[in-house]
Design a protein around this ligand. Structure first.
Ligand code: ADP
Ligand code: MG
Length: 701
């Protein structure tokens, strides 16, 4: 289907081998498809003249004809700028120059009319344009400009520019390609879908996305291409889900029995939150249907996922099945083992811990008991996946921290039983709904969006360098109460040297401010040997040190309920989700906890939004939404293996509504025609077969 899409870009007339090489290297453009999907990042509209009244911030570059009524120099030495005022018959607007002030002052003449072209913005609530292109109005100038339509602007690189592949060069190639092959771009959506959603045809959409006749055509083309991108992903994901439910029968957890009820009535030390109850109900329904469960459990740090997992395990045991719980690191696995043991007590169920460092001698009985079925719950790391680990009757696999395990590993777990076990995946990294729907569209998603009652929300403050004394004060006060404190420094590869210097300076400052013998400090960073790191960590865990100075190595896995303060140095350099994860290290005990974000005075706009967000909310889902808006999905963990990064048109942050529409539509298609056997759906059936259609299917789990 549509072979031309896969044709190498060498074959575009006028490209040739050298330029083809450059396109591959610099922009990752290998095929016709890649070139066609290298969409303009903006368009310049020089056909239309706007009236000042109609100008607003949301418009791209616009053009106006207006008369200069005023100009003046304002601001002091640092903020000096030339501000001019222009007027047409509908209103006035400000123009500003921060650079090239001399030029503007000399050439702009009050009383004269100009053609002004720029990106509208606003300043103090008034329409404004900074550094517009401006030239005196004349009939001749006007005509010259009127001939241009919406001009596409493409991203390029310095290197490419030297091969005449700047924006204009790319535009030319794209025009040639569309002229040669535009008509060969086949439709890939069913006719009835095109009609129902009034979508532009595919070939036209590609053409209009690059060379729109007007803003309406551009909008329609973009809508169509977004629709197609999201539709194809959902089609694939929901097909997988359908296959799973058709193909894999699941173990039936018929009853709730001695283990579940006994635990619930006699051992559970607290009342479940409503969110926990709701999720347990969802799981209970899932495991009774005779279909394999594949459920993602999302919940913020501390929301109580472990108990839910444990109670699901007990359901399995009640029905004569074994269960396993797999965590990404030894520390986490060990912690799960101890906290579950703490909850159920000794002698309630048979459980064991298996990790890479479990001694050979201890392994033998584990293997034996697994095989004869007496071991009911096995907790561990990747070690669980080894072929030697054989269960008698594995009914449930719980996986903690999904992102770290690949699809391959998931499927290894599946094969551990004749009927694949039910799978419950837990993640503490909340992700926005749209992203979840795309990353894990073939899973069912449960959310614990409520913290246990009585938990004191962590108080977060943002301090500048000159408030460091207050920070020390708070630290001393907390240590005097017997609490412990984390101080975290960024460690980012590119500037490792600088980071190490920061860390060393930090350690020195801390040692001076918190001297022995009254205060003791643990230091943990990536340069330490593993054993040393572990020893330093353990000192802190055992409460032998008051302060742990560390790089981000502590992000995962440490659980020290007595720690009540998290100080993040250079916090402006961390991403939002990382900040949130770090903050989650405190607030685990009953005490009021604090998070102090230290930063320099100079903050980027984004940096400020991040810190303000952290101060404003503890809600991981809210934070993840803002994170997605700020960064796009590319940097969010887990997206690498998904199809999300191939989205060239759709944007998961801004196209949520469209995604929902598309999702519902695809669900409806599968409800009516699960095999895609109707003639009208032939085109979709084909696409799933051929794995083409503009996305790398193999990357989608
Ligand atoms: P998560 O794994 O989601 O980060 P945990 O399951 O480790 O959270 O739970 C955090 C803490 O809260 C644990 O000490 C747990 O025993 C406790 N906890 C869980 N559910 C509740 C609840 N409903 N009420 C009170 N405490 C709870
Ligand atoms: Mg946990």
């Amino acid at each position: 289907m549509n072979q031309i899409f896969k044709t190498s870009v060498d074959y575009v007339r006028g490209v040739g081998t050298t330029r083809a090489e450059m396109l591959k290297k610099e922009l990752g453009i290998f095929t016709f498809e890649d070139l066609l999907r290298h969409f303009p990042f903006k368009y310049i509209d020089r056909t239309k003249f706007y009236k000042i009244r109609d100008i607003n911030e949301d418009l791209p570059h616009v053009q106006v004809i207006a008369r200069l009524t005023q100009k003046e120099l304002v601001g002091d030495k640092r903020t000096k700028r030339l501000v001019a005022r222009v007027q047409d018959d509908t209103g006035t607007m400000e123009l500003a120059w921060f650079q090239g002030i001399k030029w503007a002052e000399k050439n702009l003449i009050v009383g004269k009319a100009y053609i002004i072209f720029g990106k509208p913005g606003s300043f103090n609530g008034k329409a404004q344009m900074a550094h517009p292109e401006i030239e005196p109005y004349s009939a001749e100038a006007l005509q010259r400009k009127g001939n241009l339509t919406l001009q596409p602007v493409y991203s390029s690189t310095e290197k490419l520019k030297s091969f005449s592949l700047d924006s204009k060069g790319i535009q030319k190639l794209t025009a040639i390609l569309l002229e040669q092959h535009g008509k060969d771009i086949e439709e890939n959506l069913p006719q009835y879908i095109l009609q129902k959603f009034k979508l532009m045809g595919r070939s036209d959409a590609y053409r209009s996305a690059h060379f729109p006749e007007d803003a309406t055509a551009l909008h329609e083309a973009q809508y169509r291409l977004k629709f197609e991108e999201l539709f194809n992903i959902q089609l694939k994901l929901l097909k997988n889900k359908l296959l799973r439910t058709q193909k894999y029968r699941g173990n039936v957890f018929e009853k709730v029995g001695h283990y579940f009820t006994g635990f619930y009535e006699d051992k559970l030390p607290f009342a479940l939150t409503n969110a926990q109850k709701k999720v347990l109900k969802e799981i209970r329904l899932d495991t009774q249907r005779g279909v394999q469960m594949n459920r993602l459990l999302q919940g913020d740090v501390g929301s109580g996922k472990t108990v839910v997992a444990l109670m699901t395990v007990l359901m399995a045991i009640d029905n004569g099945f074994q269960a396993c719980l797999m965590a990404p690191t030894e520390i986490l696995a060990t912690q799960h083992y101890h906290s579950i043991k703490g909850l159920v007590g000794d002698d309630f169920i048979e459980l064991a811990l298996l990790t890479g460092s479990t001694k050979q001698k201890a392994r033998r009985p584990i293997h034996e008991k697994l095989e004869d079925g007496t071991l009911q719950l096995l907790i561990g790391t990747h070690a669980l996946l080894e072929d030697k680990v054989q269960f008698k009757n594995l009914g449930l696999a719980v996986i903690d921290e999904q992102h770290r395990f690949g699809v391959e590993q998931r499927s290894k777990l599946w094969r551990k039983n004749a009927l694949p076990p039910h799978v419950l995946v837990m993640t503490a990294t909340p992700i926005p709904r749209t992203l979840a729907m795309t990353l894990y569209g073939d899973l069912d998603v449960s959310v614990i969006n409520e913290l246990p009652a009585g938990r004191k929300p962590i108080e977060t403050v943002h301090f500048y360098e000159n408030q460091r004394l207050r920070m020390f004060g708070l630290m001393k006060q907390e240590i005097a109460k017997g609490r412990q404190i984390y101080v975290v420094y960024p460690l980012i590869k590119e500037s490792e040297k600088l980071d190490l210097k920061n860390l060393e300076d930090g350690i020195e400052t801390m040692s001076r401010e918190f001297p022995l013998p009254d205060y003791r400090i643990s230091v943990v960073h990536g340069k330490l040997a593993a054993a040393e790191k572990e020893a330093e960590m353990q000192r802190f865990v055992r409460g032998e040190t008051h302060i742990m100075v560390a790089t981000t190595v502590i992000e995962v896995g440490v659980n020290v309920p007595n720690a009540s303060v998290m100080i993040i140095e250079n916090s402006e350099r961390f991403g939002l989700s990382q900040l949130h994860q770090l903050r989650g290290r405190v607030g685990r005990g009953a005490e009021q906890s604090y998070c102090i974000l230290m930063s320099g005075h100079k903050l980027s706009r984004e940096g400020r939004i991040r810190l303000d967000t952290m101060v404003a909310t503890n809600d991981g889902f809210k934070i993840s939404e803002i994170d997605l808006e700020l960064r796009g999905p590319g940097d969010i963990e887990g997206t690498q293996q998904s199809g999300v990064l191939d989205l060239k048109m759709a944007n998961l942050a801004t196209d949520q509504e469209l995604l929902m529409t598309v999702r519902h539509q695809v669900e409806e298609i599968f409800e009516k025609d699960p095999q895609l056997a109707h003639p009208e759906n032939q085109i979709l059936h084909q696409m799933l077969q051929t794995k083409s259609g503009g996305l790398s299917w193999d990357k989608i789990s």
